[in-house]
Design a protein around this ligand. Structure first.
Ligand code: PBG
Length: 333
């Protein structure tokens, strides 16, 4: 009898064998849930473009954080939606601002059972919707923005955040924030640098989630999606400035960048499966065109395989629950 001598299918013959040889597994501890907390609402508000995701009140946010602990997640990333916005984003470093109050409420509820992360960026707080402050000509002023970020970092550290997520893509932001924190004695506050953050149409649903007032785009500070080499430059700067963790975003459309960054980074690599990535899967599944659970687990597996050790995803709790109840789901397919 003739046939191929080498038979890769031998290792695909049963679930038990496939589980044994799987190179990539998912675990709840490496998943982080991004959440939104909105000032001035009496009850949680649904986000139309992100079915299943809500803008929380402080109370429902605390309940969500406790649920993350129960589901065994690694962390929670908090975004604030203030009632009033102004040109300098004053609410961002106000200790009574919604994000800082939310950080302290969540931290008081979860203690050390969950890593509490806060978005460190001005776009939710500025009336023009940009991630920084503007100069007289209306351009995003890099160095003036760094001063605002330093003030925000101190407010978030004082509120009890374990990790600050620097998502603004200003040059020098990691160094500026590290220096401000160290000077104030917050040497243990961890910095998660969005080393490679690309412009993307897939941020659309997030803009609804944070009631963004942005007109125009972020092309002068976020990266052009066609550029891979630039990510290496950004990574080098963030590591040199003291980043403890680095992130690539969006995730599913930038798997090559994740792989490149993972190969070169000396610190753990995270990736953010963004709002539009979530919305596409949920929308297609709602129409019955794809299987929600499989698409969810597949998408997270792809990001993990590319080299991200930590994944921020709106599916984090749902995925953790599936992983806990079905052994099969550790190895999708
Ligand atoms: C900036 C920020 C954004 C997201 C996370 N941090 C918006 C943007 O860059 O336009 C988007 C996340 C998502 O789409 O899920 N503060």
């Amino acid at each position: 009898m003739s046939g191929p001598a080498d038979r890769p299918r031998r290792l695909r013959q049963s679930p038990a064998v496939r589980r044994l040889v799987a190179e990539t597994r998912l675990h709840p501890a490496e998943l982080v849930l991004p959440v939104f907390v909105r000032e001035g609402i009496e009850a949680a508000v649904a986000i139309a473009a992100m079915p299943g995701v809500r803008q929380h009140t402080l109370d429902t946010l605390v309940a969500e954080a406790r649920a993350c602990v129960a589901d065994g997640l690694g962390g929670i990333m908090i975004f604030g939606v203030p009632q009033a916005k102004d040109e300098r984003g004053s609410g961002a470093d106000d200790p009574d601002g919604i994000l800082n109050v939310a950080i302290s409420r969540v931290r008081a509820a979860v203690g050390e059972d969950l890593v509490v992360m806060a978005d460190l960026c001005l776009d939710e707080f500025t009336d023009h919707g940009h991630c920084g402050v503007l100069d007289a000509a209306g351009r995003v002023d890099n160095d003036a923005t760094l001063e605002r970020y330093a003030a925000m970092a101190l407010a978030q550290a004082r509120a009890g955040a374990h990790v600050l997520g620097l998502s603004g893509m200003m040059d020098g932001q990691v160094g500026a924030v590290r220096a401000a924190l160290d000077q104030a004695g917050f040497t243990d506050t961890i910095l998660l640098a969005y080393a490679a953050k690309y412009t993307s149409a897939l941020y659309g649903p997030f803009r609804e989630a944070v009631a963004s007032s942005l007109v125009g785009d972020r092309a002068t500070y976020q990266q052009d999606p066609g550029n891979a080499r630039e990510a290496i430059r950004e990574l080098g700067l963030d590591l040199a400035e003291g980043a403890d963790l680095v992130m690539v975003k969006p995730a599913g459309t930038h798997l090559d960048v994740i792989a490149e960054v993972a190969a070169r980074s000396s610190v753990p690599v995270a990736a953010y499966q963004i709002s539009g990535e979530y919305a596409m899967i949920v929308a297609a599944a709602e129409r019955g065109w794809i299987d929600r659970e499989r698409a969810m687990l597949d998408s997270l597996t792809h990001i993990r395989r590319a080299g991200a050790q930590i994944i921020l995803s709106y599916f984090a709790r749902e995925a953790a629950r599936v992983l806990a109840t079905t052994g099969r789901a550790h190895v999708p397919g």
